[in-house]
Each structure stands twice: as structure tokens, then as C-alpha cells.
Design a protein around this ligand. Sequence first.
Ligand SMILES: [Zn+2]
Length: 307
Amino acid sequence: MNTEEINCMVEQQLSIWPEARKNFDALTLIGRKPLKIGDMEVIAQHNPARIRSTGAKTDSESIKKRACFLCSVNRPGEQISFQWIPGWELLINPFPILPIHFTIVDKQHQPQDGIPLEMAIMAEQAPDLAIFYNGARAGASAPDHRHCQAVLKSELPLLKIAEKNHTSSLPSIVSSESFNLELPFNFISAIITPDQQGMRNLVLMSKIKGVDTVTGKPDADLVNAFFWIDAAGFLRIIVIPRRAHRPHCFFADDENRMTVSPGALDMAGLLILPVEKDYERITPELARNIYDEVAFSGSLPEKIISE
Ligand SMILES: [Zn+2]
């Protein structure tokens, strides 16, 4: 699937879905401001249409009460299901963060239960895209229906950091701690070679868990993952182990409240703020704090490294 085919699908979808078209057009007008956090360039994005995702109630009670918006029977009539990888449907995200923004949905209604290995096939089939995954407690607004998403890989600052600093002279799986950069959180980076060792590394990466800051227990739902093909043609993977679903400010009931719920794109350097006053208030220090509360700014826990 090349850029031309991707653009064709987006155009085909938007030509018959005015509401989605409105949200795509609005993307050109929304506020963006750069926040430099150490060696990472983050862009804060004021995106009001994302409120339903950022503010989504994802506890099991609330999930049980609502109709699953990823199941085909509940989707808007205008939404086209493009056939792509067997077992999955490719949809245009009607509430985009970037002009190319797909949701890739399992045909079966089953919960997010770990990083899908099919993401490797998806990345290979669409070398312009980064395929990414939000664990059930790491940004997924539909934790009850297995899905991943895709955007153009060129849009994500974190991927560039991995490509530049994880060179082929390093082991094929490394922690970003070895980059000697000042990053707001650490992650695991892999270069997957097309051999048996590469296959083993692929499986190993898909099994990485986060560690819950409250219970101290490993949790497969506390991860974000990215799969993409790099300039040399190798499959690359980043997994970000998380320690919390949302930062404290999300739950504050005073002036410190911020509606921010980091998922994979926020972690990759696009911090989404649906509420205008949050966007106006955000500074590199506040953003650093948010990242620190949901991921590991210091060393990754021994549990993660040893596994
Ligand atoms: Zn569903």
C-alpha cells in the first residue's frame, strides 16, 4: 500500500462522510506549539474533536454500558471498511490527529490483550506508515475491541530518535538509556533482522509489559508499541513500558486539572490537548511531568530489562 493508494482511500471516505470531512478540514486550523523536553521535540496539539477519546470512560462498567463503536454493526453507515490484512478491517479514523490516520480493527469483538504480531505484516505491507498499539490501560479508548492504528511514520519524532541513535553497531534490542540522551521517558528499541534471531526478537518485543506504579505488578495492558520499516528496509519496533494509565492532573478537581490521557501518539511526541485552557497552560515542564507520571523517566525497572 503506497502513499497514492492511501490518499485515494482517504478521499473516497471523506467524499461521502461530511462529518469526518469537517474534522479533517479542522486539522489545518488547530493550534500547535513546540515544547522542547531535553532531547525530544514534542508538539502540543489543541484538538477539540479528540475530547471523546481523551476523556473516554474506560472502566469496565462504563464499557459494558455502551455499544462498541468498533464493531461493524454499530459503526456509522458512511464508514467504509477497506479490506487489507486477513482478519482485520482498515477504517479511516473520523476524529483524526494527523491527516492520514487509520484505525485497524479486529473483525471479532475481543479485548486488547497484548501487542498483535500482525503489526509486523501491516508495517511490511505499508512502508510509509507507522503501525501503533495502545494497551488497554495505555490510551486505548476501546479496550474491549482489539485494534491498532496507523499514521505516516514521518510524523512521529520518537521514531526518528530511535533510528538515529539505535544504529546497527548496537545490539538488536536496546533500552533508550544507552542513547545517552535526555529523554522524558525511556523505551525499548529493536531492529528486527530477517532471520531466526529476528523472529525470536519480534516475539520477545511483543511480550514486554509495563509495571503498575500502585501494585508494582507487571501489566501487559500498560504498553504502547510502534512497528515500522526504516530507511534500510528493516522492521523496527519501539515498546514503551508504562506505569500508569493517566497522570494525576487528569483526576484533579481544582485548577490543576488537565484533560490529557497519553496514548501512543502523545508518547511519540504529539501531545493532544482537547481543552483550550490546557493547551494555553502547557509548558515543557508540565509536559515532562505528565510523561514522568505515566512512563519511566529514570531507569526501566529490572523486571522489564531481565525479561
Ligand atoms: Zn466491538
